[in-house]
Ligand binder design. Sequence first.
Ligand SMILES: [Zn+2]
Length: 62
Amino acid sequence: MKAAPCPFCGSHETTCVSRFGSAQLLSQYYCQNCSSFFEYVRWEGEGERQHREEGEDACPNA
Ligand SMILES: [Zn+2]
């Protein structure tokens, strides 16, 4: 599963810490590389919908 890239340092060493409204597909991530929090929006139509419905992309802390 591809992690959300950190917008600050570009690292993929990120952890999903919370998920907001599913309609907006907005999740909050924590970058372990630069110790920064950021929000990541996953848009519809990226081919991830099936993964989400299967629970493979579910945030473990949601
Ligand atoms: Zn970072």
